[in-house]
Design a protein around this ligand. Structure first.
Ligand code: EPS
Length: 395
């Protein structure tokens, strides 16, 4: 089919962008992330990727699998002498618990999993669906995000994810800098910003485990050091709020996403919701260009563009669907009522999900940075970032 110049331009633009896909099953040989459109000249700290993978494996409430695995990303391509060379980067996280060929099928679909819909859609086994639907795949997303954030961290942009609610327990963040919050988060087994609440939350998780049940929670991700103008108001699928929401909603077990005040803003008046604009000439050298906002109810995003305030996003994770005390289901062979199948799982993976969300948000932010400032080389990104801030400051 003949393509018009416009169509060609769109295709070329999409082909060039920073993006990633993953492959791999939970008990297959390993998980793969293929990262395309990655700029050259980025020094890559692969230990940084492994550190995020280790964090993802941790957090109180995990099951037996994490005692088997010691996740590590092998960088197969795209990096030479520790620096990216502008070609696709393939990451492999081998599975120690590789046993997919020996694993039996399940015949009683677990409510909340893709077991029933997937086996009908693909006319196949529940095993084939659950192996790919499993949250084990998030290891590959974490690796891709931990790689991509190395594009923007040299520019002073940082992302942090932490747990703000676990089941019925709210753990509200106290005011503090991102670095102070990271130290608190790293001291908490729940990955919250208030380690003094850990014991209460751990007791709740223990009780839930004894009951054969599972727990969900709410995670917040904050990105600081963001310049003006990532994303755009001009086209629906380029809006940064929409793209962040998609990346977050597409993480296993996420059922809700909100930005800034989110759902709460619907209950208030405009004067209570919108963030007044002030100007402080002493802060013109920061990414805010001197524009300060006494509140950040917008969560750093207005009209699909970053407004130089911290990006703040929250997501609701449902409790894991594999229950040791299973719900009612149907045997797919006999069509008779039976309880759902049970397989080893976690009681609570909310802390782990905070690592996943931090890194999938980081990937989207890296993509937005490279769309605005280019994705040929880090040197060009840095130069264009500086030039943009100078130009926009004079504007
Ligand atoms: C996970 C590994 C899995 C589960 C969990 C996440 O290991 P296994 O199934 O071998 O016990 O612990 O998977 C799910 C929660 C799910 O819904 O499938 C991991 O590495 O994150």
């Amino acid at each position: 089919m003949r393509q018009t110049g416009l169509e060609n331009a769109c295709i070329l633009r999409n082909r060039n962008m920073l993006r990633y896909t993953t492959a791999g099953e939970s008990h297959g040989r390993g998980l793969v992330a293929l990262v395309d459109g990655f700029p050259a000249g980025v020094p890559i700290d692969s230990e940084r990727i492994d550190a995020e993978l280790r964090r993802r494996q941790g957090g109180y409430g995990r099951g037996g699998r994490q005692a088997i695995e010691a996740d590590h990303a092998e960088v197969l391509t795209g990096i030479r002498h520790g620096v990216s060379i502008g070609s696709p980067i393939a990451l492999l996280i081998p599975n120690r618990d590789y046993k997919i060929e020996q694993m039996e099928d399940l015949d009683r679909p677990r409510p909340g999993h893709g077991d029933l819909s997937g086996s009908k859609k693909y006319l196949g086994s529940i095993r084939d669906i659950l192996e790919r639907a499993s949250a084990r795949e998030t290891a590959a997303r974490v690796a891709a995000g931990a790689l991509a954030r190395q594009i923007f961290e040299p520019l002073g942009m940082t992302a942090l994810g932490y747990v703000v609610e676990l089941g019925p327990i709210a753990i509200q963040p106290k005011p503090g800098t991102l670095d102070e919050h990271r130290a608190l988060r790293d001291a908490s087994e729940i990955y919250s910003l208030d380690p003094s609440k850990d014991d209460q939350v751990k007791r709740l998780i223990d009780t839930c485990r004894e009951d054969g049940d599972t727990l969900g929670g709410v995670i917040e991700v904050r990105v600081e050091g963001v310049p003006f103008g990532l994303g755009t108001h001009a086209q629906w699928d380029q809006k940064l709020d929409g793209r962040l929401a998609q990346a977050v909603m597409a993480v296993q077990a996420i059922k809700g996403v909100e930005i800034g005040l989110g759902f709460e803003s619907a209950r208030l008046r405009g004067s209570q919701v919108h963030d007044p604009i002030h100007f402080d000439p002493t802060r013109q050298d920061s990414p805010t260009l001197g524009f300060t906002r006494p509140t950040n109810h917008a969560g750093g995003l207005e009209a699909g563009m970053s407004n130089s305030q911290p990006i703040v996003l929250r997501a609701a994770k449902k409790p894991i669907a594999t229950l040791a005390r299973p719900l009612e289901s149907v045997n797919l062979k006999t069509k008779q009522p039976e309880t759902a199948s049970y397989e080893r799982s976690d009681v609570c993976a909310v802390p782990a999900a905070s690592v996943v969300l931090e890194n999938v948000v980081a990937f989207e932010m890296a993509r937005a940075v490279t769309e605005k400032f280019g994705n040929d080389s880090l040197g060009e990104i840095q130069a264009r970032w500086k030039l943009f801030c100078e130009t926009a400051s004079r504007h």
